[in-house]
Design a protein around this ligand. Structure first.
Ligand code: SAM
Length: 265
């Protein structure tokens, strides 16, 4: 069990559930496998549960932490690493991660993410996919299911489609609530996202693809014909070789790109 500094009370509004199970911490570090040449970025280091092990085996570590009260705790705990460790106090949702990129070493992003903002944070990070080598996240199990979902799965939707446009998605292992203090009410899981060096499928205009996917899933239970009415007609959908009577969760990424490219023409 990790030693907790006296005086910091976990804050619910910052999604603070601190990892305390050393076995799980070791397993996460093994999955990440940091090496001496690499530039790591940790989102939400909290009290530093995984930070120290990362610091021991990388070239540089930047952390982004929102909670101002945690900054002096992290500074004290890791003062001897000041040559390679930088703390950035701020909101990861607004952070320009490209500012960390030196043009040479792609970033390895890790984080036991605050569950209340994990989906918008992943969307934000996907916009930096070019600068990122890989990402390892602890997330609510359901979010990992959504990231990895395939057409036809009940968890299939906007998050999985956009993540799979940019990345290979690999769920790694489950983490029970007791691994944290305080224990969350949900199960968690670790996922690895590896941005493609070359995208296997490319949309002409990524913002069109985002619009099509968001609009198609406007109401999950409705058909494409209904959901996509504001963008194109049922006849247009048919002409693209896609059945307008389908529900959105039946479509592959390729189908969504076909529709988006039609709208880009
Ligand atoms: N990494 C630590 C661990 O595993 O024990 C803490 C994980 S805790 C689930 C999430 C952390 O993210 C907290 O330290 C919290 O203060 C921080 N956080 C919450 N919202 C944030 C945001 N928008 N930007 C950066 N950090 C944030």
């Amino acid at each position: 069990m990790s030693k907790k500094p006296v005086g910091h009370k976990a804050r619910k509004r910052f999604g603070q559930n601190f990892l305390q199970d050393q076995g799980i911490i070791r397993r996460i570090i093994r999955s990440i496998g940091p090496t001496e040449a690499q530039h790591l970025v940790e989102i939400g280091p909290g009290l530093g549960a995984i930070t120290e092990e990362l610091l021991d085996s990388c070239r540089r570590l930047d952390v982004v932490e929102l909670d101002r009260d945690l900054i002096p705790i992290l500074q004290t705990k890791f003062f001897s690493y000041s040559d390679k460790f930088t703390i950035h106090q701020g909101d990861a949702l607004e952070f320009d991660f490209a500012s960390f990129y030196d043009g040479e070493h792609q970033l390895r992003v890790v984080g036991n993410l605050p569950y209340n903002i994990s989906t918008p944070l992943i969307f934000h990070l996907l916009s930096f996919a070019d600068q990122i080598e890989d990402m390892h996240f602890m997330l609510q199990k359901e979010v990992v299911n959504r990231l990895a979902a395939k057409p036809g799965d009940s968890a299939y939707g906007r998050l999985g489609i956009m993540a799979q446009y940019y990345c290979h998605v690999e769920p790694l292992f489950l983490v029970p609530p007791e691994a944290f203090d305080p224990a969350p009410k949900v199960d968690s899981a670790i996922v690895r996202l590896i941005p493609y060096k070359e995208l296997p499928l490319v949309a002409k205009d990524i913002s069109k693809l985002e619009t099509v996917v968001r609009t198609a899933f406007g109401q999950r239970r409705k058909t494409l014909r209904n959901n996509l009415k504001p963008l194109l007609s049922a006849d247009d959908i048919s002409e693209l070789g896609i059945d307008p009577g389908l529900r959105p969760e039946r479509l592959s990424l390729k189908d969504f790109i076909t529709i988006a490219d039609f709208l880009s023409n």
